[in-house]
Design a protein around this ligand. Structure first.
Ligand code: SF4
Length: 360
């Protein structure tokens, strides 16, 4: 956005910005100097004004299996960010992006929560995960969908709103808002802002327990912003937008997979003003991904039973498909495998390693 403003103030014709974005999207250019479509004087001017690089991320490492590709990016500011692309059999790709380095919300099933918040990623750092020329170099088209399901609570980072604007700006990333999913554990004030400012964005709200006391133990944010408040927001949103919303339910053996949970969850959905617009995604907990050693994965059968139990009660529910176990990297939860540079005054350096399963 700053570049567009700069070009406009400098009296450059509007097509210059288009040339720059087209080059960024369709080529492997990493620096302004490589954008041949622009005259040299403008390339030099932009490099002088904004630094030589087109975006703040450098791809450091790639891991891939049949279904998933994950890239470790290093940000100019020191953060290390992993971005995951899942290839679906139907022939389309979905990308999972991070919104924060670490996370301060402390969900007990999530290793990222155990790390604490290092910092919010900037809008540039978020968008660059999607637009990076590394994908073009790898022969990948722009992903069909982008999910804010990586490391961090997206709605706790105000820069996410700028990132959403850039991703859905027709002159920038040009994605359909419906193809962008924001996942939240229930940061209610920002959820309210999201449904007002970006009503077409797809929303996934993590439930993980229909019982407030227990949910507080799994998602401490329940204390500040109870599930009921978040569901009220979604009730108003579905009534106005008629958009489908998703409720994520991470199934943990012996914790939240009982028949009483199933019945209460079904009731919670049935109570909605437009229950037909609520879809429950049931996710199997992955011990390797979690922070709490006492949490266990339920059997695969129990996950299926839980889903069937919901559908038998008239609730739209499916089991979320989890890709990438081969490289420990599926969209939905990023795991802080290690973090460095957290000493006071040190440049923050976070290495964010995604792990399966998707849990939010
Ligand atoms: S689940 Fe999300 S909000 Fe909770 S600690 Fe992990 S990253 Fe943060």
């Amino acid at each position: 956005m700053r570049i567009r403003d700069h070009l406009s103030h400098a009296g450059e014709p509007a097509f210059r910005f288009h040339q720059l974005i087209t080059a960024w999207q369709a080529s492997t250019a990493e620096t302004f100097a490589e954008v041949d479509a622009l005259p040299k004087r403008l390339r030099d001017q932009l490099a002088e004004q904004f630094g030589p690089r087109l975006h703040p991320l450098t791809a450091l490492e790639v891991q891939r299996d049949e279904h998933v590709e994950k890239v470790l990016f290093s940000s100019d500011s020191g953060a290390r960010i992993e971005t995951v692309v899942s290839h679906y059999r139907a022939g389309w790709d979905s990308m999972c992006v991070s919104s924060q380095a670490g996370c301060g919300l402390g969900c007990t099933f999530c290793a990222t929560g155990a790390v604490g918040l290092i910092r919010n990623l900037s809008a540039d750092e978020i968008v660059a995960q999607v637009m990076h020329p590394r994908w073009t170099r790898a022969g990948l088209a722009r992903p069909a969908s982008v999910a804010f399901m990586g490391m961090g609570e997206a709605l706790a980072n105000p820069h996410v709103f700028d990132a959403l604007t850039l991703l859905t700006d027709r002159e920038y990333a040009g994605m359909s808002a419906r193809r962008v999913t924001v996942s939240t554990v229930g940061f209610a004030p920002s959820l309210e802002r999201l449904v007002n400012q970006h009503p077409q964005v797809t929303i996934t709200l993590s439930v993980h327990s229909p019982f407030s006391t227990q949910r507080r133990q799994i998602i401490p944010l329940e204390e500040r912003f109870p599930l009921a408040r978040n569901l009220d927001i979604l009730d108003r949103h579905t009534a106005v937008s008629r958009r489908k919303v998703y409720l994520a339910y991470l199934l943990i053996a012996g914790v939240n997979d009982g028949d009483d949970h199933l019945a209460a969850l079904a009731e919670l959905v049935r109570e909605r003003s437009r229950p037909e617009l609520f879809h429950v995604s049931v996710i199997r907990y992955n011990e390797a991904a979690g922070a709490a050693p006492e949490y266990r994965a339920p059997s695969s059968n129990r996950v299926d039973e839980f889903v069937h139990g919901l559908t038998a009660r008239g609730i739209h529910a499916t089991r979320r498909r989890q890709l990438g176990s081969g490289i420990d990297a599926a969209c939905g939860q990023l795991h802080a495998k290690y973090l460095a540079g957290r000493a006071p005054g040190a440049a923050p350096i976070a290495t964010l390693i995604p792990v399966s399963p998707a849990s939010r």
